[in-house]
Design a protein around this ligand. Sequence first.
Ligand code: ZN
Length: 296
Amino acid sequence: MSQEIEIVEVGPRDGLQNENTILDTAIKIEFVNRLIDSGVKRLEVASFVHPKLVPAMADAEQVMRDLSPHPDVKYIGLALNERGFRRALDAGCDEINFVMVASEGFGLRNQNATPLQTADLFDRVMVLANDDKVPVSVTISVAFGDPFEGEVPTEILEMLTARAVSAGASEIALGDTIGVADPWTVAKTIQRVQAVSQGVPLRLHFHNTRNTALANIHASIENGVRIIDASCGGIGGCPFAPAATGNVPTEDVVYMLERAGIKTGIDLKKMIETSNWLSKQLGKELPSMLPKAGIF
Ligand code: ZN
């Protein structure tokens, strides 16, 4: 197999946002620089949400100011609403990732919006983005299950994907926010969503809450997905399962892909070093397996 998979590193945003330890801005910058040195080319670095709601992201603007520009690296900012979107634009993000929500229970609690309202909001923010020519991806959160309402009908994902595509999204991500997906459902869901995405690339975002993330990534790649989110060390946790592990660990994903001859452009040794460094900064053992077992 000579394939290439693009890893979008979400540790500095999705990861750190859900950790108990809040890192100083300077440490966050060092984290990002270490990730870039490990070969990462696209990273979520900040979330433009209200600092009272997510204290770990209160320095979003400062992070963007302190990061050094790299011609071949894209810094992604996350936005849930118009205000956050404007902030992300003003901060000079290379890309913005806008969050739609697949289910009302989670949507109303997370961003005070229903699935349809997030699609309407996206139409409005895309008017701002078009002035700026910044690529905007959409992550559909709780795509495989909602902690309050349970199963999410695939029709909702098809509807939101169609809306995102017609408004001009550069990429669509399906997010397993609470880590409940299985590989067979992932395969079926991707096929259905691809049928309405009109060639706009799909990205898949898995949490390892119930230990199914690597299997879900395998199913995604087998179904044509070429962009995968992952988080160094597997940091992140899940606010709805406090004792559970976090995002799928970047080093474990890269290891699995490399063994299959699939290229990611990431230097595994450096990624493990970054994971060990991060473990010290957060003062805890991280969930990823590769730093413990070593490279084969
Ligand atoms: Zn996530």
